[in-house]
Design a protein around this ligand. Structure first.
Ligand SMILES: Nc1ncnc2c1ncn2[C@@H]1O[C@H](COP(=O)(O)OP(=O)(O)OP(=O)(O)O)[C@@H](O)[C@H]1O
Length: 300
């Protein structure tokens, strides 16, 4: 449904996207996962025909992003990261405006957005600028869906949104996927990667790997430890100065730590940290999460 072949794009001397290739199947929920500056927005803007690539070719349902840009805009719904709504219009006015661009009406496509719109209907006379993050996001999604797109492109839709709204939002995406819509979504949140069918892990304009999140976690075979002590700040500094440590990252209440080789045992970390007089020390093995996979790839 979405085909990206060797796409590159630079802004003057910043190479934002470097030779990216990927394919999203019809009906798939595909995630672009990566930190700020990974190139997610740039790739999405190219697919949305809002930016022209320097090199490579991309098609959406067989339509070329450069030659067929007008047709593509009719089959794709886009929720940009910021400023997709008219802040000075009410919820209802925003929703009525977007279908006019596509020469359709809310009534004609109401079925698709009904579940989402019901949640914001009580606020229909409120200015979009005065909505909470979660409500804005639901309105923006309704607006992106109002012309019944075949493909939905969502740029960091849950950034700055509370945890409950984030979960609700992903439930809505799953429902849309079941209605046959192909979804490309970007996020900096690793836990959201697990909700996608497949993901591309991105960093500095490059794709590090593409697979199902389950496979990516399965393929991680390194030994991993969770370590905690009273002074977490000193703990991370000490661990990073230890010659047997490969990586140490803060992860919730613990540090996730790998050794230079898998021969490095938990007791070696423990003994080193006891010598450094760390108190209430905990060191134990843990299974990896997708975040560990990503950290490991970024480290390589
Ligand atoms: N208009 C622009 N002019 C110059 N550099 C840009 C421009 N837009 C993006 N960049 C740079 O290109 C790189 C990729 O940015 P991009 O916005 O595509 O990444 P991203 O993964 O979407 O991150 P973010 O969440 O910050 O948007 C970054 O280094 C960014 O600073």
């Amino acid at each position: 449904m979405i085909n990206v072949q060797n796409i590159s794009k630079s802004y003057k001397d910043v190479q934002a996207v470097r030779n990216i290739s990927l394919e999203v199947q019809k009906g798939e929920l595909f995630g672009l996962i990566g930190p700020d500056g990974a190139g997610k927005t740039t790739l999405m803007r190219i697919l949305m025909t809002l930016l022209i690539q320097d090199e490579g070719k991309a098609t959406m349902n067989g339509l070329d992003v450069i030659k067929d840009y007008k047709k593509i805009r009719n089959i794709v719904g886009y929720m940009p990261g910021r400023f997709s709504l008219y802040q000075d219009l009410t919820v209802e006015e925003n929703l009525n405006f977007f279908p006019t661009v596509f020469k359709t009406t809310v009534a004609e496509n109401y079925e698709l957005i009904k579940d989402i719109y019901i949640q914001i209907e009580p606020f229909k006379n409120r200015l979009a600028g005065k909505l909470s993050g979660g409500m804005k996001q639901k309105l923006a999604l309704s607006c992106a869906l109002i012309h019944k797109p075949e493909i939905l492109i969502l740029d960091e839709p849950t950034t700055g949104v509370d945890a409950v709204s984030r979960r609700e939002f992903w439930d809505m995406l799953k429902k849309l996927q079941h209605k046959g819509i192909t979804i490309l979504v970007s996020t900096p949140y690793m836990d959201e990667a697990m909700l996608c069918n497949r993901v591309a892990l991105m960093q500095k304009g490059k794709v590090l790997d593409i697979d199902t999140p389950q496979k990516l976690v399965e393929n991680y075979t390194r030994k991993l430890y969770a370590i905690k002590s009273i002074d977490m700040h000193r703990l991370i500094q000490d661990l990073r100065s230890f010659e047997k440590t490969d990586s140490a990252f803060a992860f919730g209440q613990y540090l996730h730590v790998t050794g230079k080789s898998d021969e490095v045992e938990a007791t070696e970390f423990e003994n080193f940290l006891l010598k450094k007089e760390h108190q209430n020390l905990e060191v134990f093995d843990i299974p990896p999460t997708i975040e560990d996979v990503f950290m490991n790839m970024m480290n390589e």
